[in-house]
Ligand binder design. Sequence first.
Ligand code: ATP
Ligand code: MG
Ligand code: MG
Length: 377
Amino acid sequence: MQMLVLGAGQLARMMALVAAPLDIHIRAYDVTTKQVLHPVTGERYEQSLEQAIEASDRITAEFEHVPTDVLALCEQSGKLFPSKKAIECGGDRAKEKALLDAAGVPSAPYVLVTERRHLEQAISELGLPLVIKTCQAGYDGKGQWRLKSAEQTDDIWQEMQAFLDKDVAHSIICEKMIPFDREVSVIGARDIQGNVKVYPVTENEHTNGVLTLSVAGIVNQDIQAQAVDAYYKVAEALDYVGVLAIEFFEVNGELLVNEIAPRVHNSGHWTQQGTYCCQFENHVRAVAGLPMGSTDLLYPSAMINVLGQDAIPHQILATTGVRSHWYGKKVKPGRKMGHINVSAGTLHELGKRLNELSEHLSEQDYPGVKARAKQLV
Ligand code: ATP
Ligand code: MG
Ligand code: MG
């Protein structure tokens, strides 16, 4: 089977690495350069988007900000999974909120802003501080502001207006700043028949809006049940096919949705070794119409993002249960360059392993790892 992935980053690459043993061959379409590429070697194919669509049996996406004309062309072919509507819902916070409200899934209270008076309304209805996000752009915490005191309103409004004027975003959302106890996410897959499989909930740490550390195998049954309930509601409302991720804030034992991602997700990278069938394989299987694999936890696992480094420190590979995944991208400050997965038979053992490997990782470049290791031991 030939599969086309819209987007040519590390997520397409990791799909391709697990698709090959299933005899599924992936080409990636880079929406910026408009080139069709091999997602692992970067080799370019002399193929237009139209030709790649024609030559593919199935089409999917590795990110939600795919131009709408590209999505329309793919959807017309009848080969695109998940649907254009589902992908666009994840790429537009206004659509996402409407979906969550309609599905009865609680999320952070919000006000949509297209004019200055809406910002005043948000301040009076939601209170300060506010988290402000562009609706149609942004990832890794980009395209966001924090409004902490009323004196900042004029300055922040000017910046917001520039985004609206440049048509980078048609609307901007103001959310109540949620005083969360922790952030968690759930990742699952839904196939064409509507069968659903959900992975164990992951606990996530962000630093400056970017995911730095995920740990799986530590949340209780109640949180897992709340996350699974939200997962079914969202996946069914979208008639979703493939892997979908939902990020949550946990506040006093209750989950509030932060956002959804209509794709494989960074907080699910640990599934590459913590489960029999990782998120990338289950995505490819669901899109291809194959039976999905087990999402059960084999081992408590953690994932550490490697940001802005030119290599993974090699000594860490000497720690039992550690594997590295490198994306082969040009290094830039703060860019996701690769990740490290670590697993162990018990959480206590996982803590010991994290502690051992953290000896080779600086606190500045790999925040939170040492503290987390201590908590688990
Ligand atoms: P991603 O790379 O996950 O797509 P993103 O750019 O879409 O990121 P969000 O997930 O919306 O951004 O926000 C990034 C982080 O900012 C969150 O993980 C959380 O730590 C913090 N954050 C976002 N919204 C809120 C909120 N309403 N209250 C408190 N913290 C928030
Ligand atoms: Mg996002
Ligand atoms: Mg997020």
